[in-house]
Write a protein that binds this ligand. Structure first.
Ligand code: GMT
Length: 382
């Protein structure tokens, strides 16, 4: 089967999920065509079944704003025809689903029927989508997709609440490829970061306001008063300066290392003891799942889909958004006792295994098969 995947190429969760899904499909013998405005961050390998089509954006002086959606729709039409795609899987409603629908309508006039699967990731619904300006297009795009999936039950509920949807939404949770995300022996990293055996806490994100990283700093402040510890902050984004100021005010700056954007995040997670995710909204929390796969328990808020990933009292603890006192108390409960920490680490892995890619990938395949009647045999079967 020839599958087109439309996604954002950035480090953000939706791009990561789309890329990892494409890689896994290619490994199973599907031909996967990525369509994006630049090479997706994790698409850094060669596989004869994987193709990348760049959506080139030319800025003509006539346009104050580049009509990206129009360029993308035209590109999709070309790629579908040239590569005889059987299906398009678009990640993120805005503007991928609407561009795909435009392409679908153009192709229909040319006698080509291309089914569209739209996967909702969260920010397209909970943040951007809630802006009434987008509502008509997002509702239309969801209702006219051939199949719609959401990454958590919580996101499915939010979508029905905020939009006018008459379409079934299948929940297909995000997944982990354990060939990559697994605890590795990186003792030299540990020694370099925590030379005196300090506990290592970690947070990774794109440092947007919605992540409430100020709460990460406050929780770390509570923990570091009781336990020798270090905090690793991975990623970068608009809140970086504010976080640095707060860390200095709370006198924990010296104990924090800003690592910036990292490719091999699993190597760093492998030496960490606790992951902090304090978000205001979070449809799933892939970053937490990646940490759990590397045997790192999670202290998190209970926003959105996080409780579907982090199990309270088992893989970590949940608190109300902004309740840093409770988060700090829970973090100490895990870190203060070696036996408890060991138990939570092993529970985190056990919980992460329920999201094993081998369990989740067939769910997407089932959706594809239900849309593409004649199942075209792919490379490895031929
Ligand atoms: O969280 C972000 O800032 C990135 C965002 C995205 O759109 O890529 O992540 C969303 O999709 C991820 C993958 O499905 C989810 O794990 C994140 O929870 C979700 N983010 C939010 O809902 C804020």
């Amino acid at each position: 089967m020839n599958i087109g995947i439309v996604c954002y190429p950035t480090f953000g969760g939706s791009g990561v999920v789309a890329t990892e899904l494409g890689k896994a499909l290619a490994a199973k013998g599907y031909f996967v065509h990525f369509i994006s405005y630049s090479q997706p961050a994790r698409l850094d390998f060669f596989n004869p079944n994987v193709f990348f089509h760049e959506v080139s954006i030319y800025k003509y002086p006539l346009f104050e704003y580049v009509p990206y959606e129009t360029i993308l729709a035209s590109k999709i039409v070309d790629i579908v025809k040239q590569n005889k795609l059987d299906l398009l899987h678009v990640h993120y409603a805005i503007p991928h689903a609407s561009a795909a629908l435009m392409a679908k309508n153009i192709l229909r006039e040319q006698g080509i029927n291309i089914p569209i699967v739209t996967t909702l990731h969260g920010t397209d619904i909970t943040l951007v989508g809630k802006d009434p300006t987008y509502e008509p297009v997002v509702s239309y795009s969801i209702n006219h997709s051939d199949a719609v999936t959401a990454v958590s039950e919580s996101l499915k509920r939010d979508t029905y609440k905020n939009f006018h949807i008459d379409k079934p939404i299948h929940v297909i949770p995000n997944f982990i490829d354990f060939e990559r995300f697994t605890k590795q022996k990186k003792e030299h990293f540990k020694k370099a970061i925590a030379p005196n055996g300090e506990k290592i806490l970690v947070h990774t994100s794109n440092f947007r306001k919605v992540k409430r990283i100020e709460d990460v700093i406050k929780v770390f402040c509570i923990v570091s008063k009781q336990i020798d510890s270090k905090l690793l902050l991975i990623g970068d984004g608009p809140e970086r300066t504010n976080i640095e100021i707060l860390a200095k005010e709370l006198c924990v700056y010296e104990k924090i290392t800003f690592l910036g954007k990292q490719e091999q995040i699993e190597e760093i997670l492998s030496v960490c003891d606790l992951f902090l995710l304090t978000s205001e909204t979070e449809s799933f929390g892939l970053a937490a799942l990646e940490a759990m796969a590397c045997e790192v328990p999670v202290i998190s808020s209970n926003a959105g889909g996080i409780p579907e990933v982090n199990e309270h009292g088992y893989s970590g603890y949940l608190s109300n958004v902004g309740d840093v006192e409770d988060m700090g108390k829970n973090a100490l409960k895990i870190l203060e006792n070696e036996a408890t920490l060991k138990q939570f680490k092993s529970n985190a892995l056990a919980k992460a295994l329920t999201f094993h890619i081998d369990k989740i990938l067939p769910m997407y395949e089932d959706v594809y098969k239900s849309l593409v009647g004649e199942f075209t045999k792919c490379a490895t079967d031929a």
